[in-house]
Design a protein around this ligand. Structure first.
Ligand code: MN
Length: 291
């Protein structure tokens, strides 16, 4: 069986702005044993994507991209002008993903990333479906798979469970729109760590691994044996990416507040990343045969 790619989020090292900085992060990700680097596209225009893509490829890594829309560019808004800005952001991100050579564009593609003051509206949901239907077709032409990330109630009002994501992806009706599960969010919203994976089955296309407090894997309340066991049972072969966020001072502006990253749970990103890779490899290892 072909093993899926094991990846790490660039923000473990606090992110970067220049291609040289990204090249260094790619080398550290490679040294920690990963084969894919996830690049956040919060400001896609500020990134020299072609050069960054070349630096990452030189380090021998594959690339994926992620984003969360802003409230002023939210495709699930009832206001068409706000929706139009969101659509524009998605296309800029797709352009950057292509230039980076990314296979996947994932995250909160369907709404703003942040705490909503209101429940989703029917009109807003229709806007979201309409935009993502067209966007998915263009992403497919670019060879890019989309992942709708299931996030907790404080980070979106539209998709909080695997079932929400499956319903939205069915309404969009495109084969390259997959569900993206994240154990950190599952810990808050789902009943357990197995059934969401089983419910998604072959529609699961991307996975974020994070601990309940976003620190070292295995030191929080996430039931990783149940989660990894379910991945094996549904024959999941997509990317598995460790997500972490470096020190407050290094992170892009606004992200600390949006994700409520008030505490530092670790200090050495290289050690954290190495530990995460070993933890995932160990968790994914099939049990020894019974004699
Ligand atoms: Mn995530």
């Amino acid at each position: 069986m072909k093993e899926g790619l094991l990846g790490v989020h660039a923000l473990v090292w606090g992110g970067a702005s220049t291609p040289e900085q990204y090249g260094k992060i790619a080398e550290r990700a490679r040294a920690a044993g990963f084969s894919l680097l996830e690049i956040p596209l919060l400001n896609p225009d500020e990134l020299d994507s072609t050069t960054v893509g070349r630096m990452i490829a030189r380090a021998g890594l594959q690339v994926s991209c992620s984003l969360g829309l802003r409230f002023e560019a939210d495709i699930s808004s009832a206001d068409p002008a706000v929706v139009a800005r969101g659509r524009e952001h998605l296309y800029r991100a797709l352009g950057a993903a292509q230039a980076l050579g990314a296979s996947h564009l994932v995250g909160v593609l369907y709404s703003a990333l942040g705490k909503y003051a209101i429940a989703p509206t029917e009109r807003g949901r229709e806007h979201c479906i309409e935009v993502l239907r067209g966007f998915a077709a263009d992403a497919a032409d670019a060879g890019v798979t989309l992942g709708l990330e299931v996030v907790n109630r404080y980070e979106s009002n539209l998709v909080n469970t695997a079932s929400d994501a499956l319903q939205l992806s069915a309404a969009i009706g495109a084969s390259n729109v997959m569900v993206h599960l994240d154990t950190y969010h599952m810990n808050i919203e789902e009943e357990d760590f197995r059934s969401p994976v089983v419910t998604c089955g072959s529609r699961l296309g991307y996975v974020h691994v994070g601990e309940s407090h976003r620190g070292y894997l295995g030191t929080g309340t996430v039931n990783f044996p149940a989660f990894f066991g379910a991945l094996t049972d549904v024959h999941y072969q997509g990317p598995i990416v460790f997500e972490g966020f470096g020190s407050r001072q290094q992170l892009p502006s606004g992200l600390v507040e949006t994700l409520a990253l008030w505490r530092s749970l670790w200090s050495d990103p290289d050690d954290l990343a190495r530990h995460a890779r070993e933890f995932i490899m160990e968790g994914r290892r099939p049990p020894a045969p019974i004699r």
